[in-house]
Design a binder for this molecule. Structure first.
Ligand SMILES: *Cc1c(COP(=O)(O)O)cnc(C)c1O
Length: 415
């Protein structure tokens, strides 16, 4: 008899996006004349095609695979040296940050990395923010690091750090020690960004209780304010307490191509039950060489092109376009009298529903009145209730259309 991992049975149904799809489909069915008017500002997926410099690099990689002399079979499991060097130089060394080439681990994306990291950690207690990117929570449920699902949302055994308007939707460190804390900045879903002072408090806390910070910087390229930290390693002492996840999904439009990387400093340690200090770098290397053969060669060529002049400029323009969308969507919501957060150094605007209106009520109203699809905040945790997320990942034309429709609404109509 093969026994299953019963932790999977604790997972509450993947409710949010299937439920959105169900409601949108039901609306389209009952209002066929409006179905083609639906504008989706709900998803966290990019919409614009890959920049030409990336496509050219991808083609070059494919052509090399066609010739005996330039063909590539298995590569190093953690990425070709030319890509790791380009990343270490482009994202860290050129900014004065002390990260070596061999502390960069290339992968097929941050979601798989955020999940795989639990393989090199023992049973841990975790802290997450509420609202939260659900991957951090669900992977810990699967790994057995939590208790059962709680009535009204969340899981027993997780330390939830509630964020709200009072703390600008960025969490302060917990008052009790936990083993691992997940931070996402710029944040999905709230679009807010942690300041340098806040991250300094986090690093001080983690060093004090020997916790590990898992820093998700998937939206780093959306930061335009020079005063805001783009990497946890801008904070002195972070090399001893933090791993950082980076993804080319949102910065380069790679959601369908699949590539990202994780930084594991050699000075980051965990302990055995017996108290012996062990470097995570060696464990992560071993995990990769045992479990994976790395990222496909043409995709690595495309990733390296992100660090060359053309690729860099084109991706910056791509992100600039999404940032302009975010600004415009935030203005449209603010003009309705709704309180808005984020959307300035991030692709998400986090909007407070009018008093007394729930996330799903606001969702239904926007769908039925103006055929606009947003993401109900309640889907990201208890503290997301009373908010909705508007995604800037859309074409300019759709964002302008969304703006016109919102302008036709009044705040009263959202209630
Ligand atoms: C989109 C996103 C990622 C990127 O995941 P990939 O697997 O690299 O596509 C990571 N973290 C957050 C919070 C995200 O929203």
């Amino acid at each position: 008899m093969a026994h299953i991992n019963e932790n999977f049975l604790k997972l509450t149904a993947g409710y949010l996006f299937p439920e959105i799809a169900r409601r949108v489909e039901a609306f389209a069915k009952s209002h066929p004349e409006l179905a083609s008017r639906i504008v989706r500002c709900g998803i966290g997926d990019v919409t614009e095609p890959l920049p030409s410099a990336i496509i050219a690099a991808l083609h070059r990689g494919v052509d090399q695979m066609a010739q005996r002399e330039t063909f590539h079979g298995y590569g190093p499991p953690t990425g070709h040296a030319f890509v790791r060097a380009a990343i270490a130089e482009g994202d860290f060394q050129s900014r004065g940050l002390d990260i070596a080439d061999d502390e960069i681990f290339l992968s097929d994306g941050s979601k798989p990395d955020a999940s795989a990291v639990l393989e090199i950690l023992g049973a841990v207690t975790i802290a997450v923010t509420d609202p939260v990117y659900p991957v951090y929570v669900d992977t810990n449920v699967m790994a057995g690091n939590t208790g059962a699902a709680l009535e009204g949302g969340g899981y027993a055994g997780i330390h939830y750090l509630t964020t709200g308007p009072e703390n600008g939707f960025t969490a302060e460190p917990p008052t009790q020690p936990v083993d691992v804390a997940y931070l996402c900045s710029p944040n999905n879903p709230t679009g807010t960004v942690a300041t340098r002072e806040q991250l300094q408090r986090w690093v001080a806390w983690a060093r004090d209780c020997e916790a590990i910070i898992l820093f998700d910087a998937a939206y780093e390229s959306f930061i335009r304010d020079e005063a805001l930290p783009r990497s946890i390693y801008e904070i002195s002492g972070a090399r001893e307490c933090a791993m950082e996840f980076r993804s080319f999904s949102k910065s380069g439009g790679f959601t369908g191509l699949r590539c990202g990387y994780t930084v594991v400093p050699k000075s980051l340690h965990g302990r055995t039950r017996g108290g012996k200090k062990i470097a995570l770098h060696g464990l992560w290397s071993r995990r990769w060489s045992t479990c994976s053969n790395g990222v496909s060669y043409p995709v690595q060529c495309a990733a390296a092109a992100l660090y060359q002049e053309d690729g860099r400029a084109q991706c910056r323009a791509l992100v600039d376009g999404y940032l302009a969308n975010a600004r415009s969507l935030r203005q449209s919501c603010a003009r309705l009298g709704l309180r808005c957060f984020g959307g300035e150094n991030a692709p998400y605007v986090w909007v407070a529903c009018p008093p007394g209106v729930s996330s799903w009520e606001a969702f239904d109203t926007l769908l039925s009145r103006v055929q606009l699809v947003v993401t109900p905040g309640a889907g990201f945790g208890r503290a997301g209730e009373g908010y909705f997320r508007v995604s800037a990942f859309n074409s300019r034309a759709n964002v302008e259309e969304a703006g016109r429709r919102l302008a036709a609404l009044t705040q009263a109509a959202v209630s």
